[in-house]
Write a protein that binds this ligand. Structure first.
Ligand code: ADP
Ligand code: G6P
Length: 495
């Protein structure tokens, strides 16, 4: 069911809900889908409220022709209804953008916020680029607010900033809108973890960062722990008055609400995909598939997972030709050294294990380095016996939720790391610490041999929870925090 907002919305995110690329036949710019949870959830609301989207198109100021094309008439995606006039593309010189995106977002905030400070680099010039790019996003956001005020003269637009790329934009937007006498509401949602004070304080400009985020009226994180970490940082670093019970922070004579808002998936869409998806071809009817689906990222614990599988094969030679581990890894942030090194390490490890255990009819690991279609993904989710979702740290993890939504056939088992946000609520999964290889391999064995009635019971509970708490539930709860929930939707929200 569609969610409605009482205010027109400006969504501000590093990426637009689609990327621009060149059609190889015509040479013209076309939209290419990059659908993720955020796009699927938020795009329909932007379309419905005739809102706007500010983000990077994938092109730079040096590139020619940055005019946004309309959607293809056959486009079925959630962004098809988004007219080019609803999109404000941010274009920056390549070098500044790279310093901001590769340098600061991906090499500083990503590892730091995932509590991996040894992987983080701290460089003043990259931070300066981050400031500059956030100023440009803020400038365009103010343009977007002006436009909304023209088309909706009596409205108070809602500006919604997303993720660790946009932590400095709020105050610039607020100052400019105040100057122009344009009232707005402003919210921020972080899609990754928020670390403890002990980690956060390593960032040399942490005070500026916290004050940047506090420019919003409502701040959302996936789970209570991240909210409490943020509140703790505001108190200890900025000396703010805080209320942990009500989750409020006082700053510059304003009261800011901090909200746990666990993101989810369009559950029914995945059920429908799974019901239609073609069968996965197996080596033999008895073969059991273990499945991993991730961006190729060091936070996802891919090496730990593959080592646990190797240990399983050593301990249980009888599994030969009966179990295959299918790992699908999407290339990600390939300009960053850490990601290049991880790719090499995985290639070697998988090669070594396949070399050691393969038989003429079977290789223990099937490795797909690339993106797979939604149909194919749903088929993998549905036909796998076990999904192994074992990040070392993860804000939420949508793969765990997509897997259970797609379990429309023979019930499988979810193995989940307690270090993913999803681990907090998905109680019926088998929880395992990915750092403990021996126990990890035993947990895989337990999952592969679990009796059907236990699998059924666990999966039923998991599916029911995700069905009730889908992405629209998340969106309604968010709109409630900024008092933008329409009457139609109020009945759908608990509390
Ligand atoms: P993150 O946001 O860190 O990438 P999530 O698990 O929350 O992690 O979300 C990943 C999203 O990317 C999921 O919606 C998943 O379906 C999608 N995805 C991951 N790997 C692939 C792949 N190889 N092909 C297609 N989609 C993928
Ligand atoms: C995570 C982040 C998103 C980001 C996505 C893909 O989900 O929370 O903000 O868009 O990874 O990463 P990329 O760097 O390719 O945008």
């Amino acid at each position: 069911m569609q969610v409605h907002s009482t205010s027109p919305m400006v969504v501000v995110a590093n990426r637009l809900p689609f990327c621009l690329g060149t059609d190889p036949d015509t040479g013209k710019l076309i939209r290419k889908q990059c659908a993720g949870g955020l796009v699927t959830a938020v795009a329909p609301v932007v379309v419905e409220t005739q809102g706007l989207w500010v983000g990077w198109s994938g092109l730079h100021t040096e590139d020619e022709n940055v005019e946004i094309p309309e959607a293809d008439p056959n486009d079925q995606s959630p962004t098809a209804g988004l007219k080019s006039s609803q999109v404000l593309p941010v274009t920056m010189p390549k070098k500044v953008f790279s310093d901001y995106y590769n340098g600061c977002c991906n090499a500083t905030f990503w590892p730091l916020f995932h509590s991996m400070p040894d992987r983080a680099t701290f460089q003043a010039d990259k931070w300066e680029a981050y400031r500059e790019v956030n100023r440009e996003f803020a400038r365009l956001t103010v343009e977007a607010v002006k436009r909304l005020r023209e088309s909706h003269p009596d409205s108070v637009p809602l500006v919604w900033l997303h993720d660790y790329h946009m932590m400095l934009a709020a105050n610039t937007i607020r100052e400019k809108c105040d100057e122009l006498n344009m009232p707005i509401k402003m919210a921020f949602f972080l899609h990754i973890p928020f670390p403890s004070w002990d980690i956060m304080r390593l960032f040399p400009w942490d005070d500026e960062l916290l004050q940047g985020v506090l420019g919003c009226d409502s701040i959302g994180f996936h789970i209570d722990d991240y909210c409490l970490n943020f509140i703790d940082c505001c108190q200890r670093r900025l000396g703010c008055r805080v209320d942990r019970q009500q989750m409020l922070v006082e700053h510059n004579s304003r009261t800011i609400s901090i909200n746990p808002l666990p993101i989810s998936i369009p559950y029914e869409r995945f059920v429908q995909l799974a019901e239609k998806a073609p069968k996965v071809v197996k080596n033999n009817p008895q073969e059991q598939l273990l499945l991993g689906v991730d961006r190729l990222d060091y936070t996802k614990g891919l090496v730990h997972r593959i080592r646990a599988f190797e240990t399983l094969l050593e301990k249980h030679p009888e599994l030969k030709e009966k179990v295959t581990f299918l790992q699908v890894a999407v290339p990600s942030r390939t300009d960053v050294k850490e990601y290049q090194e991880l790719k090499e390490e995985l290639d070697q490890l998988i090669g070594k294990i396949n070399g050691q255990f393969s038989t003429p009819n079977w290789s223990p690991i099937r490795y797909i380095y690339g993106c797979v279609s939604q149909d194919q993904l749903a088929a993998f989710y549905r036909d796998s016996s076990v999904a192994v979702v074992t990040p070392l740290r993860d804000g939420m993890n949508l793969v765990a939720k997509e897997f259970v939504a797609c379990q429309t056939g023979e019930p499988g088992v979810l193995i989940l790391s307690p270090f993913a946000g999803a681990g907090i609520s998905m109680h019926e999964a088998l929880h395992v610490n990915p750092y403990e290889t021996n126990e990890f391999s035993d947990t895989i064995y337990r999952a592969l041999t679990m009796p059907k009635d236990e699998r059924e019971m666990r999966m039923k509970q998991l599916r029911r929870r995700e069905r009730d708490h889908d992405v629209n539930f998340w969106l309604r709860n968010f709109l409630k925090t900024v008092d933008c929930l329409s009457d139609v939707d109020k009945s759908q929200v608990s509390g």
